[in-house]
Structures are given as structure tokens and as C-alpha cells.
Design a protein around this ligand. Structure first.
Ligand code: NAD
Length: 419
């Protein structure tokens, strides 16, 4: 991977940029450039006479504001640097949302598509046994992420409960409702993104009812984003893609038909419209662009061709730092991932609060509280941008979001006497 696309280097670069502008204390900066704790485990898995060893990671980036929080990814190309970057971003995400957590992330190098359910369960339980003494509802609370799901969270919660000798529902979030997951969790990431989109459209005076939208990715985040943009605002989604490619239709795409098409393989088999590549999708002439797939999609080589007025980063890390600068100079409102996709972790927080208090909320309550928290984060970012603008310093929403988050973590470390 070229050094400029290494996610951990990117996360450090983003922090350095904010640190310089906000004149962050030298030692606080040094602490925040690296994780507090990095754990590497090797998990033997024995099934039906054959055995394999899988390598897993858990990175606890910073816990000055509360226990670590962050998902566990299962991916054949998982790397420690990716997990470190994601753990850093979780730290900024929880701080920006102003929820009482730090940041963490986990991963296992494996291809879940090649593992049967039995192997997947043994692996998931093994991961928890290897890390059991380092996680817990008061220390580090995992959740699902790429290629992990509520069933895997249920096995993990069960294994942790066996280790400690009692039910511990609050050790993991994103669980099935049957074992006290939260209402509203399944589409919380996209829902949070919608509240940010609503606020940003107000800011730019865009009428979402007449807006056109392109969405990259049709997985969990992209699929719900598609459904919600249509349902909540009535916008027209003209382009969408998956890993194979995309489709474009000026008349707008039909959600139900896309879901049916995707069930049989790829959305590229959608009967109407024109086939486009993932690259072309990013530069379509639309009002709103929602990257909801993977990292490093908008780079210095295509940023100049982006035509959208708002880029809503539902994926993690879809815009590289070089591209971020270009979008900002073009006057595009590029809303950073750790603001836009915080809905998942905010509702995870609600799940943990409900597990801890043993009292459960309705879906309506969950959405209302999510709206209030994420809208406040958006306002905090815009206010920070205005504060710098009043000092004649133009900063991007991403830098403003970093400053809000880093300031909160640095203050917590300071008051706790870490520097
Ligand atoms: P997913 O695996 O369900 O979906 C990913 C989608 O991206 C799929 O449609 C896949 O076909 C597509 N894709 C894969 N490679 C692609 C490529 N090269 N070009 C275009 N599309 C490609 O994953 P998800 O949960 O929807 O997550 C998507 C992004 O959102 C990730 O960056 C993830 O970290 C972020 N995110 C998700 C959540 C969540 O709750 N699901 C929360 C926060 C952040």
C-alpha cells in the first residue's frame, strides 16, 4: 500500500494538521499520535480434525474520557495499521459526539465467507478468551463492524459471561434484541447520517425534496441510507454501486427493485439505467454524494472532478487528506466520517446505558435521542469553523471536527494529570 494511503499515517496526518492549528500541547499531541495499548493475539481453532491459527488485534487508542469503544472486523486483509487508524477515529468520534467513551477497535485476519458457522463461532469465542481480561463493560466495549454481525456479538457476549461467571450484557453492543440489543440499532448509522444531512442542507439552503443523490456502496450503511433519503426527504437517488460496479438513471432508482436485484448478486444487473463504474459514480453531477463503501475513494486524482455540493462520508476514511483540501478549496461541504457515521456508536452507547440500567427504550425514544446528540455535534463543528473564521483562519469541517474532539480528549487527559 502506498504510504500516502496507509490509514494510520492518514489518521496521524489529520491529527497533526489539527494540532498545529489549535496549538495543541506538545506532550498531549505525542500521547494522541499513538494508541495507549495494542494487543495482538493468536487464536487456535480446531474443528473436525483440522486446525488453523488466526491472528487478531485489539487496539485501545485512548480511554481518558471513558472505556474504549469500537467494532471488531473480520477481514482477509485486516492489518494492524488499519485497526490503529480506526481506533484513533473512534476516539475522535466518541469525543465529538460527547459520549462518555474513549476509542478502540478490533480485527481478525480471516475470510468469514470461507468459514462455516461452527468455525466462526469457535473463532469468535477464542477471540474473547484471548482478550477477556482486557475488555469489559467498564474497560472496553466491542461491537460489530465489517463482516461481523449480531450473532457473532451474541457468541462473544456469551463467552465473556462464562469467563466472568455471570451474565454481562453490557460487555458488547450490537447484540440481537433477544439478548437486550437496542431498538433502532440496525439502521442507526444511516439514520444519524440523515440527521446530519438535514442540518447541512439547511446550512446550504438546499431543498432535499428536489435534490439528486449518488450512493457508493449498497451494504448495511449504503442500503439504509438509500431507503432513508427517499423516505425522510423524498430526494431522488440517481446512482448507486457495489463492489462490482454501479448503475445510473436520471429518472431515479427504485429501492425495492435494487434490493431484489442485489439478492441475486450485484446491483449492476438492475434492469433500467446505464451501467457506470465506481469511479464514475463519484463524479456524477448530483447535489449529494454519499460514499458508503470503503476507504480512499476520493483522492487527489479525482477530487477535482467531484460535482456534488455536499459529500456525506458515511464510510470510514473515503476521502484522503489531499482530496480533503481540494474539496474544501472547491467550496464543497465535505462532512467528515466521524461526524456523519457516529449514529452507530451513539446507539451502541444507548444499548450499553440500557443494559447497565436494565431498563429498555422504544425505537422512537432512541431516534429522538440520536437526533439530539448528532445534531449538537454538527452544530459544534460549524461553530468551531466559525470561531476560526472570525480569527481569519479558514478551516475545513474535518479540521473543525478534529479540533472539537481533540480539545475534549486533551482536556480530559490534562485534568486527570496525564501531562
Ligand atoms: P458492508 O460490508 O455491509 O457493505 C459494503 C458495501 O461496499 C457493499 O455494498 C460492497 O459491495 C461495497 N464495496 C466493497 N468494495 C467496494 C469498492 N471497491 N467500490 C465500491 N463499493 C464497494 O459494510 P457497511 O457496514 O455498509 O460499511 C460500509 C462503510 O461504512 C465502511 O467504511 C464502514 O466502516 C462504515 N461504517 C459502517 C457502520 C455500520 O453500522 N454498518 C458504522 C460506521 C461506519
Amino acid at each position: 500500500m502506498p504510504e500516502e494511503l496507509n490509514p494510520f499515517k492518514i489518521s496521524q496526518q489529520q491529527l497533526d494538521n489539527a494540532a498545529e492549528i489549535m496549538k495543541l500541547d506538545r506532550v498531549a499531541h505525542k500521547i494522541l499520535r499513538e494508541p495507549v495499548r495494542t494487543l495482538i493475539v493468536n487464536i487456535p481453532v480446531k474443528t473436525n480434525g483440522s486446525a488453523e491459527v488466526f491472528t487478531g488485534f485489539r487496539v485501545q487508542y485512548n480511554d481518558a474520557r471513558g472505556p474504549g469503544k469500537g467494532g471488531i472486523r473480520y477481514h482477509p486483509k485486516e492489518s494492524l495499521d488499519t485497526v490503529k487508524a480506526l481506533a484513533a477515529w473512534m476516539t475522535w468520534k466518541t469525543a465529538l459526539a460527547n459520549i462518555p467513551y474513549g476509542g478502540a477497535k478490533g480485527g481478525v485476519i480471516c475470510n468469514p465467507k470461507e468459514l462455516n458457522d461452527t468455525t466462526l463461532e469457535i473463532l469468535s469465542r477464542g477471540y474473547i478468551r484471548a482478550l477477556g481480561r482486557f475488555i469489559g463493560p467498564k474497560t472496553d466495549i466491542p461491537a460489530p463492524d465489517v463482516y461481523t454481525n449480531p450473532q457473532i456479538m451474541a457468541w462473544m457476549m456469551d463467552e465473556y459471561s462464562r469467563l466472568v461467571g455471570h451474565d454481562e450484557f453490557g460487555v458488547i453492543t450490537g447484540k440481537p434484541l433477544d439478548i437486550w440489543g437496542s431498538e433502532g440499532r440496525f439502521d442507526s448509522t444511516a439514520m444519524g447520517g440523515m440527521y446530519v444531512l438535514r442540518e447541512s442542507a439547511k446550512e446550504l439552503d438546499i431543498d432535499l425534496r428536489n435534490a439528486t443523490v449518488a450512493i457508493q456502496g449498497f451494504g448495511n450503511a449504503g442500503n439504509f441510507a438509500f431507503e432513508l433519503v427517499k423516505k425522510l426527504f423524498g430526494s431522488k437517488i440517481v446512482a448507486v454501486s457495489d463492489s462490482i460496479g454501479g448503475v445510473y438513471s436520471g429518472e431515479g432508482l427504485d429501492y425495492e427493485k435494487l434490493v431484489r436485484t442485489k439478492k441475486n448478486g450485484s446491483i449492476t444487473a438492475y434492469e433500467k439505467g446505464e451501467k457506470i463504474s465506481n469511479k464514475e459514480l463519484l463524479t456524477e453531477d448530483v447535489d449529494i454524494l454519499i460514499p458508503a463503501a470503503i476507504e480512499n475513494q476520493i483522492t487527489k486524482s479525482n477530487a477535482d472532478n467531484v460535482k456534488a455540493k455536499i459529500v456525506l462520508e458515511l464510510a470510514n476514511g473515503p476521502v484522503t487528506p489531499d482530496a480533503d483540501k481540494i474539496l474544501f478549496e472547491k467550496g464543497i461541504l465535505d462532512l467528515p466520517d466521524f461526524l456523519v457515521n457516529a449514529g452507530g456508536v451513539i446507539v451502541s452507547y444507548f444499548e450499553w446505558v440500557q443494559n447497565t440500567g436494565n431498563y429498555y427504550w422504544s425505537e422512537e425514544d432512541v431516534y429522538k435521542r440520536l437526533d439530539s446528540i448528532i445534531t449538537k455535534s454538527f452544530i459544534d463543528v460549524m461553530s468551531m469553523q466559525q470561531k476560526y473564521s472570525a480569527m481569519r483562519k479558514k478551516i475545513s469541517p474535518r479540521t473543525a471536527a478534529y479540533i472539537v474532539a481533540v480539545e475534549r480528549v486533551a482536556k480530559a487527559m490534562k485534568v486527570r494529570g496525564w501531562y
